[in-house]
Design a protein around this ligand. Structure first.
Ligand code: NAD
Length: 473
């Protein structure tokens, strides 16, 4: 076990003003991995003060300097990649190959993309009687969940630094380690004091202090819709910008005539990756009723590759869920699916003996799911696929949009033209067509209760700015 005893505030490692700690547990075997400090409301105040003090100078630096800083940090992240990978494997049970490729290398590459975008903010938009400029918004609080802990961190830190903002970061309770390593990297890279502050802590204890602090200008929050609402409520009296990236229940329409093998393989992979703990996961697979049994057959074949196992084995595709609590939540949903009459094709509540120490859930597929079942309406956040049969494409689109969420969606049709027509009718922030993958240059964010604002790409960068119009006489 490793003890991290300090928080990173104002360019220095300092003790918390409190004496509480958080325990990080490896969900693959229930062993304790680390203890980290639980920051207090007083620590929040110190970190925000440091960020406020640093803002005046940092926001006045050139975009070229900030781009260079992002690359410098990314270079050290590459050099310390193994530490970052191990932090993610040990704290969330992520399979090592996935942690390496997607959770860490993918995150470093995406972080660098903001260095390339920093210059965008130097561009003034010229109009006949005015010019429009974009300026750093100020002190930003960055709050993240545990499922893609480094990607979500750099998806906020990258644009904040590129824009010239200063930040106070709070990682999820379950996965604070990569944030502490990043703080050390920030220190190693001589980032000016106070530009980046990292507080490990409990959301419900310090969340309100972070989000209501009068010196904070913006909160970027990724997590559950419930916590996202609390964040917005705490931020409202001081009229902060709140960027919310929340839950989802994303539909995936397989249109009549689509290549079923390719389409079903894509859908099964999408839900099983990261043990189903992906906010944009395509959890509802809508398929023409007349090919339902063929789809089931293909899905069962495909899922056999996803046998859960030891995350440290490079061949393992699926690890445990992030915690025993998450395992319990997912098993409760599986129970609800069975009780409400969905047909269980594979998986379910039973676990093989060798997985019983960890927070594992077997890859689970339900068929004959109807749109009103709990498993078709609520976010499960586990490796559980719901196959929903439909009669006509109009019905499929109606079912797809019949949700309080609107984070992502996907279509596999006979060709791109048909897919584009269907995509235009889906109420979601993204639509992946014909087997496309997440793209960190494209804006990401939700319609409806999946959130407000966008991350990634130029839109993600501009969230961290205020727009000013300078008007001529
Ligand atoms: P969570 O909401 O419980 O926690 C997320 C973060 O919020 C943690 O850091 C937590 O400490 C903090 N938090 C909790 N209560 C808070 C409060 N009152 N004030 C301020 N901060 C608070 O979510 P989780 O269980 O860690 O993550 C899973 C959820 O995140 C899922 O619903 C998933 O869909 C969502 N998610 C969304 C996206 C996206 O981009 N839309 C990405 C990943 C995960």
């Amino acid at each position: 076990m490793k003890n991290y005893i300090q928080l990173y505030i104002n360019g220095d490692w300092v003790a918390s003003t409190g004496d509480q700690t958080l325990t990080v547990v490896n969900p693959a075997n229930s062993e304790v991995v680390a203890q980290v400090p639980a920051a207090t409301v007083d620590d929040v105040d110190s970190a925000v003060k440091a960020a406020k003090k640093a803002f005046a100078n940092f926001s006045a630096t050139s975009s070229a300097y900030r781009a260079g800083l992002i690359h410098k940090i990314a270079d050290v992240m590459e050099a310390r990649k193994d530490e970052l990978i191990q932090a993610i494997v040990n704290s969330m049970g992520c399979p090592v190959a996935f942690a390496d490729d997607i959770q860490v290398q993918g995150a470093i590459d995406s972080f660098r993309s903001f260095a390339d975008l920093a210059g965008e903010l130097d561009k003034q938009e010229q109009h006949d009687a005015f010019i429009t400029v974009h300026e750093a918004i100020g002190v930003c609080v960055l709050i993240n969940p545990w499922n893609y802990p480094l990607s979500q961190l750099v998806g906020k830190l990258g644009p904040a630094l590129a824009a010239g903002c200063t930040v106070v970061i709070k990682p999820a309770e379950q996965t604070p380690l990569q944030d502490l390593i990043l703080a050390d990297i920030i220190h190693q890279c001589d980032v000016p004091d106070g530009v980046v502050n990292v507080l490990t802590g409990v959301g419900r204890d310090i969340g309100e202090a972070l989000c209501s602090h009068p010196d904070v200008d913006m909160v970027s929050f990724t997590g559950s819709t419930l916590a996202g609402i609390k964040v917005a409520q705490a931020a409202a009296p001081t009229v902060k910008r709140v960027c919310q990236e929340l839950g989802g229940k994303s539909p995936y329409i397989i249109a009549p005539g689509a290549d079923l093998n390719a389409a079903v393989k894509y859908g099964v992979e999408d839900i099983m990756i990261n043990s189903g703990q992906t906010c944009s996961a395509l959890t509802r697979m809508l398929v023409p009723r007349d090919v339902l049994s063929e789809v089931e057959h293909i899905a069962l074949n495909m899922v056999s590759a996803w046998t859960p196992g030891d995350p440290n084995n490079p061949d393992t595709l699926m690890g445990p869920l992030s915690s025993k609590l998450q395992q319990e939540r997912v098993l409760t949903y599986i129970d609800a699916g069975i009780k409400e009459g969905a047909r269980l094709l594979c998986g379910g509540k039973k676990l093989p003996e060798y997985l019983k120490n960890g927070a594992y859930v077997m890859p689970t597929i339900f068929s004959d799911v109807t749109p009103n079942m709990t498993i078709a309406r609520e976010e499960i956040f586990g490796p559980v696929l719901c196959i929903i049969p439909y009669g006509s494409l109009d019905e499929a689109i109606q079912i797809a949009n019949d949700t309080v969420y609107g984070l992502s969606s996907a279509v596999y049709a006979t060709d791109k033209e048909q897919a584009l027509k269907i995509a235009a009718q889906l109420k979601a922030g993204q639509c992946l067509i014909q087997g496309a993958y997440f793209n960190t240059h494209a804006p990401f964010g939700g319609y409806k209760q999946s959130g407000n604002g966008r991350e990634w790409g130029v839109e993600g960068l501009k969230e961290y700015t205020e727009t000013k119009a300078i008007i001529f006489q």
